[in-house]
Design a protein around this ligand. Structure first.
Ligand code: SF4
Ligand code: SF4
Ligand code: SF4
Length: 500
């Protein structure tokens, strides 16, 4: 297994090196050599640039997403990561393949980062700008209008989506600058040396850089807006364009690559101007990582997994929510947490969750819920216990998360942090049980004795801190089970209707 992972990481590294080298070569040819080359050569460079940016990049995103999933699936759950990678694949297909074919514009990717990241889209509004002059002969008025409409639509998509889903929407789903690279190449970064964390000193440096870059980006945007409005502003548009291109190539593109090679994938995200804007919107959207201090076992896995070096463990220890401005919403911490202590949320997602829970109450159409309902009735009929609807709802959702298919169960063992000694008498005469263990923070090995005489059990254990794939095989032949444990974190006196 380890060997297989190593091969996949190596392939990822080779693809990342290829991606960086091609990027450097094409940027050099396009911004340097092409202007002096013959028309034929310049056209070839242009064609190759578009081919690389659209097709090669999309193919790399698909292949590397697959490899990354294969590598990280051994580390725990993948739900958030999978969504990130699927999001990037869809975005790449739309921006790099489908959009260019439908709109006959191979440079749509220029228009996927909202203001103030670059003033390039604004330059399209000025017919003397070099960007306009180099593109008008190819795109025409219709093409330029289409590009601007695409830009406005994409910017609205980013802003509205961030208000709903937090920074995760842009930085872990849509961003085709550094967001996609830091996710799809994550196991291969850094190319040199070991994975690093941002020290408090570097954090302070990034904090200063963050505001400097935002101010510079806002300055360029404001300059172009005023210039387009006819206001007399100091400086020349040609100089402004050149300075901005230089800034992009050196402090952004090259630096992002430098971080991939030597530091961390999200290095640039610490001072990206769009990242700062979406972080501010995320604050308004109520983005947070929820924690539960009763479940955290202080294993530090979340801290190790966080690409932005946020001290999540400290928040989890005190049960506080993580509301760090640097959180890109990647969900690596959520996936890796062995006790499912963490969850990503925004105000909108919380509302959705509430509606979803209500919707799930109507579980008659759902197999898992049907099974739970039957089980609930059986337990009540046999006077074994009374499980409240809330308990059923909660575990129904959990079962859906764990994708348990078609279980046939009569017995639930729900435990949290009580020993069986504290539980009331649970002896049951001749029950017929296919047994489920739903536990939270205990492995099935740690569960109290559930002695069964000649049990007729098809036993499924659903635990919060393990995926079903990881659970040991508990299939038994024709078992008969005696025991039902239903505990929460309340004393048995506090529990309602669980008399047996
Ligand atoms: S911070 Fe900037 S570069 Fe990083 S993912 Fe977000 S938008 Fe992209
Ligand atoms: S990974 Fe989960 S259990 Fe471990 S320290 Fe972080 S929050 Fe606590
Ligand atoms: S706290 Fe870190 S790991 Fe968790 S979602 Fe935010 S950036 Fe990702």
């Amino acid at each position: 297994m380890v060997k297989k992972e190593m091969v996949e990481v190596r392939i990822l590294k080779i693809i990342l090196i290829t991606y960086i080298l091609l990027c450097l070569a094409i940027a050099g040819l396009n911004y340097g050599y092409a202007s002096h080359a013959s028309e034929k050569v310049a056209n070839f460079i242009n064609w190759f640039w578009h081919f690389y940016e659209n097709w090669v990049k999309t193919i790399f995103i698909i292949i590397c997403s697959y490899l990354t999933i294969k590598i990280v699936k051994t580390q725990g759950r993948l739900a958030m990561r999978k969504r990130n990678l699927i999001g990037f694949i869809i975005t790449a297909l739309v921006v790099h393949i489908i959009g260019p074919i439908l709109l006959q514009n191979k440079e749509l990717y220029f228009f996927t980062m909202p203001l103030p990241w670059t003033s390039t889209p604004l330059q399209l509004l000025y017919s003397n700008s070099s960007f306009y002059q180099s593109h008008y002969p190819i795109w025409g008025t219709l093409g330029i209008t289409t590009a601007l409409i695409f830009y406005i639509c994409f910017s609205i998509l980013v802003i509205v989506g961030t208000f709903l889903f937090g920074r995760r929407w842009q930085c872990s789903t849509l961003c085709l600058f550094n967001g996609f690279a830091s996710e799809i190449f994550e196991p291969a970064i850094p190319l040199i040396g070991k994975s690093k964390k941002i020290t408090p000193r570097k954090k302070r440096l990034f904090l200063v850089l963050r505001w400097i870059f935002l101010i510079v980006a806002l300055f360029f945007t404001l300059w172009w807006v005023l210039f387009l409005l006819g206001v007399t502003v100091p400086g020349d548009f040609k100089v402004m364009s050149k300075v901005e291109s230089f800034k992009y190539l050196t402090t952004e593109l090259l630096m992002a690559m430098f971080f991939w090679v030597t530091f961390i994938g999200r290095g640039y995200c610490n001072y990206c101007p769009v990242g700062t804007i979406v972080a501010i919107i995320s604050k308004i959207a109520g983005q947070k990582i929820n924690t539960t201090n009763t479940k955290c076992i202080q294993c530090s896995k979340c801290n190790k997994a966080c690409p932005m070096s946020i001290n999540i463990k400290e928040f989890a220890f005190t049960g506080q929510m993580v509301k760090d401005i640097n959180c890109v919403g990647c969900g690596h911490c959520v996936d890796i947490c062995p006790t499912k202590t963490l969850s990503y949320s925004t105000n909108f997602l919380e509302k959705l969750h509430t509606i979803n829970k209500k919707y799930n109450k109507n579980y008659k159409n759902n197999e898992s819920n049907l099974f739970l309902e039957v089980m609930q009735d059986t337990l009540v009929e046999q006077k074994l216990c009374n499980i409240t609807d809330e308990v059923i709802d909660e575990y129904a959702v959990e079962m859906l998360d764990e994708k348990v298919e078609d279980p046939t169960v009569d017995c639930i063992n729900v435990t949290t942090d009580k020993s069986t000694d504290e539980l009331p008498d649970k002896t049951v005469e001749e029950p017929i049980v296919d047994c489920i263990d739903i536990t939270t923070d205990k492995s099935t090995d740690e569960l109290p004795d559930k002695t069964v005489e000649e049990p007729t059990v098809d036993c499924i254990a659903i635990t919060k801190n393990k995926s079903t794939d990881e659970l040991p095989d508990k299939t038994m032949e024709e078992p008969i089970v005696d025991c039902i444990d239903i505990t929460t974190d309340k004393s048995t006196d506090e529990l309602q209707d669980k008399t047996m």
